[in-house]
Write a protein that binds this ligand. Structure first.
Ligand code: ADP
Ligand code: MG
Length: 701
């Protein structure tokens, strides 16, 4: 009934028809009346503000002018007529142009009469003009009801060609909402609306398109952002509920001999309290046969690897195999080395499988894996190829989740009759509220404590002019027996330029720190793998004191003796990357330094990034700032998550609303998980609609 009105296909809106409907679908994703009313303006122009013609700039977008028409002229051929009126105020003049309705407009214009003109000026050969402006007299404007805020909608060339520019959208939408049949049923439970003072849905939608004033508009936008985040949270919670309720995982009831032996004899240090807590959380999850789907967050150097190792041992002790998947070959190699080293004296078989594994070894690995002789398989996404078959896969550990999509995760699942427990590790901390939304289907464990003895890295910002001073500092550190990284940016689009920067840098470093006293490693993307390994090895073993490189060292090397990280052109790096690079030092007992070198000209964002780095070592704080600066879309390749296709809300700036939405969603889910109560009937309908419209929801779980 009322619902079905909203779901009427857009071609049935008066004045639309099949052809315009096609363009609306293709260009704006508008298929129904519903989609149209949810096509919100991206900004508003305040019509209580008047501009002077002299001040007209393209950045202003639409402007409102007050003045008089001084002349009117018909130009062009008979077939292509246009009407040009000269409009002037005390500051200057501008042309008003009409291509359509020339005769009618001409007859209605009054020379000398004061008009209020509204429209978007364009500049053609240095001359400003407004095509098809809105023209009102002060009198007629007073009679128009509504507020001063004019909505501005996104449009496109194709839409505009069919008359659907911003004003066209406004007209269409106003026509729709003034239809007597127009009705938007409320689905947010009344108790929530009351408790948090949220306006009703239909009112909020009407206000978005024709606001009374800024204040009311703000309240209504808030309500619609809430509604958006609230439904997402409900779907995520329900998804997780049904996943944990329905899906069984392998039962790891035993704390077996390998774990005990490792813990007592091989663990080279005492676990931090945070590590202990997280291991306990993981054990509890896997003990009872519920399926574990857990995100492990921890800052660089917080010791996630050993947590992964202990979890793997639990699986092995219970007769299962484990796979560890990393996004890059270097990372996979590193995990393989760490695991092999730590488990060296134990009867546990570990192998590495990546894209560069040779066929004979590959076959051997496939066989050992299927026969059950192999316990742990470390690798890249080569692991998810169909040829890779496990004897009994019980656990999948995924490092750096954000580079793997949900689809890839689910491929791993299918490698065992009972889906393996999943532990996803990420070194890029995400604010908790965002984690809830991005990974709402995962439980979150956090290692919020660094191993003892770590001193915060002293981070400072210097301009290129201070290079001599920095080199003296490097010299003094090398005198003390420390090692130094000097990192240059790597920008994919201009590999040649970067290479030049790096080589110039290398040259000046070798000039300042000559052989035989100093030995310098260089590592960059153009080198062969063996060369790279050799140079890296020289540095790792302490034979070379300085490492000059591009960001390839971001992951991979662990040199506790390195105490200085110099980042060149630091303004070119993102915050999380700067933080990751800084994590390469401060791993030993010595005081460490991170030096951010930049040019003199810095954008406001770059300045914020540098200040943040100098202020804090806390990865979560860094992540908060990163999120605020860039928004979540840019963060960590999060576009993969279907949950982020938001119309109004911004996960970076609307964290408070997100928290509220999460809180309300948790309450509803707890009190009435199946939405059986009458006050949740409309909510249930809306959630079904969203779930069926959004293909992505099927993937998340
Ligand atoms: P990340 O969380 O970045 O993966 P790693 O697991 O690589 O961190 O650990 C960083 C370093 O800290 C490693 O050298 C590791 O051996 C060491 N480490 C981990 N846990 C502890 C601990 N509890 N006490 C002392 N050192 C630890
Ligand atoms: Mg790690």
């Amino acid at each position: 009934m009322t619902e079905s009105f909203l779901h009427t296909p857009i071609e049935f809106l008066k004045g639309v028809g099949p052809q315009r409907a096609q363009v609306l679908k293709e260009e704006a994703g508008i298929f129904t009346f519903y989609d149209l009313v949810y096509y919100f303006p991206f900004r508003y122009v305040d019509r209580s503000v008047f501009h002077l013609i002299r001040d007209v700039r393209s950045e202003l977008g639409a402007v409102q002018l007050r003045g008089k028409i001084v002349s009117v002229q018909e130009l062009g051929s008979a077939r292509q007529k246009r009407l040009v009126a000269r409009f002037s105020d005390s500051s200057g003049d501008i042309e008003l142009i009409w291509f359509k309705g020339v005769q009618w407009v001409k007859s209605s214009l009054r020379i000398g009469q004061e008009y209020i003109v509204f429209g978007k000026p364009t500049n053609f050969h240095g001359k400003w003009s407004i095509s098809h402006p809105e023209l009102d007299t002060a009198e007629s404007l007073r009679q128009k009801k509504g507020g001063n805020l004019v909505p501005i909608y996104h449009s496109s060339d194709k839409l505009t060609k069919r008359g659907m520019n911003s004003a066209g959208f406004e007209k269409m939408i106003l026509q729709l909402v003034s239809d007597p049949a127009f009705n938007v049923p409320e689905f947010v439970p009344v108790s929530i609306l009351k408790k948090f003072n949220l306006p009703e849905r239909e009112y909020a939608i009407r206000q978005m398109h024709a606001p009374t004033n800024n204040e009311i508009l703000g309240v209504c936008r808030h309500r619609l952002k809430f509604e958006e985040l609230f439904t997402i949270q409900l779907l995520l919670l329900r998804n997780r509920e049904s996943t944990t309720r329905k899906i069984k995982g392998p039962v790891f009831g035993e704390v077996g001999e390998h774990l005990m032996k490792f813990y007592e004899e091989h663990l080279p240090f005492e676990l931090t309290n945070a590590q202990k807590r997280v291991v306990r959380e993981i054990r509890l999850d896997m003990k009872h046969g519920a399926h574990m789907n857990r995100l492990l967050q921890g800052d660089v150097g917080s010791g996630k690897t050993v947590v992964a190792l202990l979890s793997a041992l639990i699986a092995i002790d219970n007769g299962y195999q484990v796979c560890i998947m990393a996004p890059t070959e270097i990372l996979a190699q590193q995990h393989f080395k760490t695991f092999s080293k730590m488990l060296a004296d134990m009867p546990i078989e570990i192998r590495l499988l990546t894209g560069s594994t040779k066929t004979p070894q590959r076959k051997e690995i496939h066989y050992a894996l299927e026969s059950g002789a192999l316990h742990v398989l470390v690798g890249t996404h080569a692991l998810i190829e169909p040829k890779v078959k496990f004897f009994k896969l019980g656990m999948a550990i995924i490092d750096e989740q954000h580079r793997f999509g949900v689809k890839q995760r689910s491929k791993l699942w299918k490698k065992a009759p009972i889906p393996p427990h999943v532990l996803v590790m990420t070194a890029t901390p995400i604010p908790r509220t965002l984690a809830m939304t991005l990974y709402g289907d995962l439980d979150v464990s956090i290692i919020d404590e660094l191993p003892p003895g770590r001193k915060p890295v002293d981070t400072r910002h210097y301009r290129d002019g201070s290079r001599l001073k920095i080199f003296s500092f490097v010299e003094s550190q090398v005198e003390l027996g420390r090692q130094v990284y000097i990192v240059y940016p790597l920008i994919e689009e201009s590999a040649t330029l970067d290479y030049k920067d790096l080589m110039d840098g290398y040259e000046s470093v070798t000039r300042r720190f000559p052989l035989p006293k100093y030995r310098i490693s260089i590592v960059h993307g153009r080198m062969k793998a063996e060369e790279k390994d050799y140079e890296m090895q020289q540095f790792v073993e302490g034979k070379n004191q300085i490492m000059v490189s591009t960001t390839v060292i971001e992951v991979g090397v662990d040199v506790p003796n390195a105490s200085v990280m110099i980042i060149e052109s630091a303004e070119k790096f993102g915050l999380s990357q700067l933080h990751q690079l800084r994590g390469r030092v401060g791993r030993g007992a010595e005081k460490s330094y991170c030096i951010l070198m930049t040019g003199d000209k810095l954008s406001a964002d770059a300045r914020t990034r540098l200040e943040t780095m100098c202020r804090t070592n806390d990865g979560f704080e860094v992540a908060e700032v990163d999120l605020a600066l860039r928004g979540p879309g840019d963060l960590m390749g999060t576009q993969q998550s279907g949950a982020l296709d938001l119309k109004l809300a911004n996960l970076g700036t609307d964290q408070e609303i997100l928290k509220l939405a999460r809180y309300c969603a948790e309450e509803v889910t707890r009190d009435d998980p199946d939405y059986a109560l009458p006050e949740h009937a409309a909510l249930s309908v809306e959630l079904k609609r969203i779930a069926s419209n959004t293909a992505n929801w099927g993937l998340i779980s």
